[in-house]
Write a protein that binds this ligand. Sequence first.
Ligand code: ADP
Ligand code: MG
Length: 586
Amino acid sequence: MSELIRKFTMGHPGQMVEPVIWHFLEGFTMTFPAVAVYFAINLFIEYFNNPSVIFDKGYLNIALWMIGFFVLQLVISMLTFLRTFLPGARNSAKNKKDFIQKIKRLPLGFFSKTRSGELINTFTGDFLAIEQSMVGTFTGLFGVVFSCVVTSFFMFWFNWKMALAFYITIPISALIILISLKVLGKLIVSSREAKDDTAEALNEYLSGMKILRSYNQIGDGFSKLEGAYKHLRDISIRSESIGGSLLGFALTFVRAGLPLMCFVGTYMLFGGEIGLTEFLSIIIIGTKIISPLLTWIRYTAVLRMHYVSATRIDKVMREKELTGDKIIKNMDDIEFKNVSFSYLKGKNVIDNISCTFKKNSLTAIVGPSGGGKSTILKLIARFWDVDTGTIKIRGVSLNEMNVDILLKNISMVLQDVYLFHETIRENIIFGNEKVTEDDMIRASKLAGCHEFIEKLPDGYETVVGEGGSTLSGGEKQRISIARAIIKNAPILLLDEPTSSLDAKNEVSVQKAISNLVKDKTVIMIAHRLKTIKNADHIIVLDKGKIVEEGNHKELIIKEGLYHKLWNLQNKSKEWKILSGGITNEQ
Ligand code: ADP
Ligand code: MG
C-alpha cells in the first residue's frame, strides 16, 4: 500500500491526506440515508396502524432531521469536490514541475534510450491518469469502501440472514475481478506501449514531412503511422473486450445479490420470521449499497490502469541523475585527466585522454570524423558523465559540480543547431530580458546575421519554423553564434561553427569568435584547418586518442597527422582550382 501511495503522490504522501479525509466524510454522509430509511419506514408503518402517532412522535421533527442530513450531505459533497479538485490540480502542477526538473537533471543518455513519444505520453496521459486517481479514483476509494462497510454493518445488524444472501455472490465477483485485473494489467501495459509507438510514428511523420515529400515517399511514411494505429486499435479492442466483459460479469454477480436477498427475505417474511418494517428497510438499504459497491469495483479496475501510469512516471523519477552540488565562483582552465568514455559498453569513444584547455585562449580540436571531438564538448557540458578519469575546473571534478551552475557558465554552438518555434529575437536573447535592443543587434552583427535578419519581412520578429526549418544551415548557425555571444559565458564550446558558411561569412564569424576569446576558455572543433590556424593550441584527436598537440607551426614541423590533413585539404583546394571546381571549399 505504501508503495502505491508513493507512486501516486510521487513521493509526497501528504497530498493524499486532505482528499482522503473529505472522501471519508462524504462516505459517512452517504450512509445517512440507510439509517434514515429505517426510522422513516418504522414511523410510516406505525402511522398506518395508528394515524395519530404522527403528531405524538414528532414526525415533523424527524422530517426536519432528514432535511438537515440532506443539506449536510450536499454541503459535504460540494466541499469534497472543491477540496479535492483544487488541491489536486495544484499538486499535479507541482508534480509535473518536479518531473521537468528531474528530466533536466538526467544525462542525455536517458533521452537516447527513451523515445520522445513515450515522454510526451507520460507527460500528457500518465499525469492526467494519476491526477484523476488523486482526485477521485484512489482517494475516493477510501470513502466508498468506508461507506460500504458501515452500510453492510447496518444490514447485518438488522438481519444477518438476508444480508448474507445479499453478499453470497461477492466471493465469485471478487475472484472474477482478481482474474480480470491480472489480464487487464498486461493488456494495459501493451496498450500503453502501442500508444507510445503511435506518438513516435506521428512525430516522425510530421517532422519528416519535408523529406518525405521531396522524395515523394509520403505513402511509405504514412504506412508506418497507419501500422502503428492499427496495432493500437487491435490492442484497444482486445483490452476493452476482454477486460470490459470480465468486469461486466463481476458487476452482474454483485447485482444478483439483491434479487437473492429479496427471495430469502420474502421467504422469511411469510414464515413470520421478520416484520414488514425490517424487510422493507433491508431491501431499501440493499438498493442503496449497490451503487457504492459497483463504484468500488469500477474504481479498482480504473486504479489498476492508473497504476501503470504511476509506475511509468515513477520509473523516470528513479532514473539516476547527474549529481553534484559544488559551486565554483570563477571558471578557469578545464583539465582532463585519464578520461575514458563509451556510449556502448566496451567500445571507448574517448580513450584515456589527458589535456588542458586553457583560459583566455582558443584551443582547437581537429581530426578525422568519428574521432570523438564532439563527445569531448559534450563531456564538458555534462551531457554525459565520464566512465573513468576526471575532468576538473579549479580542482573541482565536474561530477561533483552543480549542473545548473556549470551550464550557466557554458555557451555552446552545436553542430546541428536547433532553433525554437519562436521569433528570431527570442531565439537570440533566449529568455534573458535584460538584453537591450542594442546588445542584440551588436551580437547579431558580430555573428554576421544582422544583415539577413533585417531583410526578412518581420525582421527580428520573424517566427522561425519548427527546429529552424525555414532558415538555411548557415543562417541557423549564425543565429546560434549570436545567442552564444549574448550569453557571454566564460566557457565557449563551438562544434564546427562555420561548417555551413560561405567564405565571406566564415571570415567574419571567425573574427567574431577571436574577439570572444578574451577572459574565456574557448574550445572549437574545426573541420577546415585554415579556420583554426591561429589557435593558441591545437589538439589532434584520432580514434579517441590525442595523437599530437601544439600550435600550427609546431604541428606542421612534426609532419604527423595534422601535417597530413593540412596538405590534404590544401591539395584538394588546388585540385579544385585547377579543375575549375565550383566554389572553393577551403
Ligand atoms: P566527431 O565529432 O569527432 O566526428 P563524435 O564525438 O561525434 O565524433 O563521435 C565519436 C563516436 O561516437 C562515433 O563513432 C559515433 O558514432 C559515436 N557516437 C556519437 N554519439 C553517439 C551516441 N549518442 N550514441 C552512440 N554512439 C555515439
Ligand atoms: Mg562531431
